[in-house]
Design a protein around this ligand. Structure first.
Ligand SMILES: Cc1cc2nc3c(=O)[nH]c(=O)nc-3n(C[C@H](O)[C@H](O)[C@H](O)COP(=O)(O)OP(=O)(O)OC[C@H]3O[C@@H](n4cnc5c(N)ncnc54)[C@H](O)[C@@H]3O)c2cc1C
Length: 434
């Protein structure tokens, strides 16, 4: 049986790996010249299984004016004439109620816990070097009300087995001396010892290499998908810039490319690319870089040590691709990081990256079947794609194998998630302009 995996990011490669282990013949289609260079490239490096709360929550409404008006807010929103953006925003706001946000948090915590288990099994089965560390995570707060809220969330999460400790400001700096220069600004932090970090690009590249060399997965690079041809309720070919690919099953793991490819098939995925930025800063002798993975909640910036580098990532921007504002935002990220951890590394040699999270309005990915019998989804992991790749991929592969998955897939499926269906085209779907 031949399975075609569409997309060679962390999600597609992990899917391909699990499929190949099941004995399938697997082909991965990727438009770039290597794996992991889309959204998976220089992300925050967090394997953040216990920090999965959705972006949509009750506090959003009070923050909206700042997002719209302040140039230095960690979240920026530029209204556009794009209908998809407004539909996404309406659905996002519907998910901001306390009840919905709480339910989604529970579902994502379950997915996160299963991802940790699956990732650990994967790391036992294949030896890959991706700067992995069981770093623990310290989320620090500068605002007393936010810290109170975090402690309440900690109690809620404890009922799901998450072990966390609340620390005062002094204890935060003792635990992570790299925070010394902002010690007087902190009100406290929440420490989660079980959290992990790693380099998502290295993970994707090395897992892909192992899958190719040891399990025979075929990677078709520089191959752009132009559409999917459907006949009689199933996909009969993937149409690419290098010809058609005929397979028995097709898994969509295209991240931000998923929506466009699926729309002509009548599947409208409410997903938007939410931009973020990262700096990769060399750490040398004499630097005081954090050993623990740190999140500075006030600025919404994460810090992860990846070998001799410090990855710093943040900002959530709904702004157009290639926006002129990007340079300003990167500069803001740099100055906020430098003032938070001035000795952490050589900021003048920072490598800069802009990426976009493939994000759904409720922050849950789309996993599992579609109305086409051999077309499967594994997309929309948003700001948690590295964290959730293992669970998402294993669940989709189990379902494709017609085996009961370890978690009920219902909360993550396309159907029943307020997703509108367009009128399906009957023959082939070809991307506009190509
Ligand atoms: C600033 C930032 C920080 C982040 N930090 C974290 C973090 O700390 N932890 C975490 O878990 N997640 C984090 N994320 C989110 C995470 O990076 C993404 O969720 C994840 O990379 C998505 O993986 P993917 O495989 O779905 O998408 P991608 O990596 O983008 O892969 C999709 C692939 O499909 C290919 N493709 C698309 N369209 C086509 C087409 N038509 N034809 C052929 N190929 C196509 C693309 O080239 C791409 O390689 C962060 C994201 C950003 C932007």
């Amino acid at each position: 049986m031949h399975v075609c995996v569409l997309g060679g990011g962390v999600v597609g490669v992990t899917t391909a790996y699990f499929l190949a282990r099941e004995g399938f013949k697997v082909t991965v289609v990727e438009q770039r010249s290597e794996t992991g260079v889309g959204a998976s490239f220089a992300n925050g490096g967090q394997l953040s299984y216990s920090y999965v709360a959705p972006l949509a929550g009750p506090s959003v409404l009070s923050h909206l004016p700042a997002w719209l008006l302040s140039r230095s807010a960690p979240l920026r929103f530029h209204p556009s004439l794009d209908f998809a953006q407004w539909a996404w925003c309406a659905e996002f706001l519907r998910n901001c109620t306390r009840a919905r946000s709480r339910q989604t948090t529970i579902e994502l915590l379950q997915l996160g816990a299963y991802s940790r288990e699956t990732m650990h099994q994967l790391m036992t089965d294949v030896q890959i070097d991706f700067a992995f560390r069981k770093s623990g995570k310290l989320v620090v707060y500068r605002d007393a009300d936010e810290f109170d809220g975090a402690r309440r969330l900690m109690e809620f999460q404890a009922s799901f087995g998450t072990e966390q400790t609340a620390l005062d400001a002094t204890a935060c700096v003792s635990a992570e001396p790299a925070l010394a220069s902002i010690g007087d600004k902190l009100v406290g932090g929440i420490y989660t010892p079980s959290e992990e970090t790693g380099d998502c690009f290295l993970f994707t590249r090395e897992l892909g290499r192992t899958a190719a060399e040891e399990l025979g997965v075929r990677f078709l690079y520089e191959t752009s998908l132009r559409g999917l041809r459907q006949e009689n309720g199933k996909i009969v070919a993937a149409l690419t810039s290098n010809g058609d690919i005929v397979a028995d099953e097709y898994v969509v793991a295209l991240g931000n490319g998923s929506r466009e490819l699926l729309r002509p098939l009548g599947i409208r995925l409410p997903m938007l690319p939410l931009k973020g930025y990262s700096l990769t800063v060399p750490v040398g002798e004499g630097n005081v870089a954090p050993d623990i993975s740190v999140t500075d909640l006030h600025h919404k910036i994460v810090y992860a040590r990846l070998g001799q580098q410090l990855r710093i990532a943040g900002m959530v921007d709904m702004t157009p691709e290639g926006s002129r504002e990007d340079a300003t935002r990167i500069q803001l990220l740099k100055s906020q990081a430098e003032s938070t951890m001035p000795e952490a590394g050589d900021y003048s040699a920072a490598q800069i990256w802009t990426g976009a999270r493939p994000t759904t309005p409720d922050s849950k990915p789309f996993l599992g079947p579609t109305h086409l019998s051999n077309l499967w989804l594994n997309t929309g992991q948003g700001s948690l794609g590295f964290t959730l790749a293992a669970a998402s991929s294993k669940l989709v592969v189990d379902t494709l194998c017609r085996r009961a998955p370890a978690l009920d897939l219902a909360p993550y499926q396309l159907h029943g998630r307020n997703v509108m269906r367009d009128h399906p085209t009957t023959f082939s779907a070809v991307r506009s302009g190509e």
